[in-house]
Design a protein around this ligand. Structure first.
Ligand code: EPS
Length: 390
């Protein structure tokens, strides 16, 4: 499976083309819209989210509720486009239209792609960079992730993203919690957090940042359960699945770090406190007594839940001005803005869930085939039996 996304933050639409999805997978627009709505939520979001009501149209690859095996195209319209038609239009802009021209951006915002992208792609109007680097694009990735989840659910594999930390406030989450238990709390939490005892504190921290014209980051986690042993491989560096997950999570806008299992903490402990002992049960097959390694050994899944964390920096679009340089005058100025999210960590948990689901589904189909659901199911059942009795 592979996919591409296109579209600008204030352009007419976001588009996703997904290729290599097996046939006979049940897929309805509501399966995707549910996740788009989850991504739009979260305490700390700005005014843009009141404008958008993200809904995917499936315009190819699905008939009567099932995938055909052909490329799937998904389209999500930007409602805000109506306010941006001229400045974001494909037609050349009349230089005499002064008010429109004034909306060109020549002042790069620290922490964004603006300056680097402008130099690299030769744009005097940095809107050409920021429109595409905007985290609006994660809508498309959540849509692709929803298709991946539709594949995975046929094999009882479940992926869930949630918030572990906002600023310096940490949630307490039991080590071996199930996704069902997590979901019972996170889906109704305004900060997508399991631990109700810190929810108000997290919201307060977001309010404080917002009131100070500042922004606040955090740590999210995606947990995947129901995975077989052996997705990914030890035989070659670029096929190690934990490495692919790290790439997927790191590619989320504003992410600065990734951990698998106990991650960096493993470096501070002795081996006996890090590795997970192997146990065997004739009904369940092989398992691990603990899951400190987050479901991975040798670049492959080991059958335990996959646990991946990602660290999101505070959003760099700030009401509180930061110093920058005007690329026309070369004069310093203080970058300020009109509207922004003060915290998008709860939304990022949904994005993390989506990109992890995608990477896992891709590895799953690589191992068990990718043409039709029936053929994959046969191959999967046979493999599960082999692994259980091995
Ligand atoms: C974003 C800036 C804001 C966010 C946007 C990401 O948009 P605007 O510039 O229109 O106010 O709301 O996030 C989304 C639109 C979204 O769907 O998550 C940015 O610069 O990255």
């Amino acid at each position: 499976m592979r996919y591409m996304t296109s579209g600008e933050s204030h352009g007419p639409q976001l588009t996703v083309i997904i290729e290599g999805v097996p046939s006979q997978i049940e897929l309805k627009a509501e399966d995707i819209n549910e996740h788009l709505a989850r991504r739009q939520k979260g305490y700390g979001r700005g005014r843009r989210m009141q404008i958008e009501k993200d809904q995917a149209s499936i315009v190819s690859g699905v008939r009567h509720g099932k995938t055909t095996g052909a490329p799937i195209t998904l389209v999500v319209e930007n409602k805000d486009w109506t306010h941006w038609q001229k400045i974001m239009g494909a037609e050349p802009l009349d230089p005499n239209e002064e008010t429109e021209m004034k909306r060109q951006i020549q002042r790069p915002r620290p922490g964004h792609a603006d300056l680097n992208g402008a130099i690299k792609y030769d744009h005097r109007d940095m809107r050409n960079v920021l429109e595409r680097s905007s985290a609006r694009e994660t809508t498309a990735r959540v849509a692709a992730g929803a298709v991946a989840k539709a594949v995975l659910r046929h094999f009882s594999i479940d992926v869930l993203g949630h918030v572990q930390e906002i600023g310096d406030i940490r949630a307490k989450v039991p080590e071996n919690i199930s996704n069902a238990e997590l979901r019972s709390k996170t889906e109704s939490s305004e900060v997508r957090c399991y631990d109700e005892s810190v929810e108000e504190e997290m919201k307060r921290a977001i309010d404080e940042a917002k009131n100070a014209g500042d922004s606040i980051g955090g740590v999210v986690e995606a947990r995947a359960e129901g995975l077989p042993i052996g997705l990914g491989t030890h035989v070659h560096y670029d096929r190690k699945l934990d490495a692919k997950l790290a790439q997927a999570v790191m590619s989320i806008n504003a992410f600065k770090g990734v951990e698998i299992g106990i991650g960096f903490e493993a470096a501070r402990k002795n081996g006996s406190e890090v590795h997970d002992e192997i146990i065997y049960d004739p009904n369940q097959g092989y398992a691990r007594r603990t899951n400190r390694l987050g479901g991975f050994e040798g670049g492959m899944t080991n059958g335990m839940p996959v646990v991946v964390k990602g660290a999101m920096k505070p959003i760099p679009t700030l009401y509180k001005p930061l110093q920058s340089v005007d690329i026309e005058t070369k004069e310093p100025f203080n970058a300020s803005i009109e509207r922004s999210d003060s915290c998008a960590v709860p939304a990022a948990a949904v994005v993390c869930e989506a990109v992890v689901a995608w990477a896992l589904a891709e590895a799953f189909l690589e191992k068990f085939g990718s043409d039709s659901l029936f053929d994959i199911q046969k191959a999967y059942e046979q493999y599960l039996e082999k692994a259980r009795t091995f």
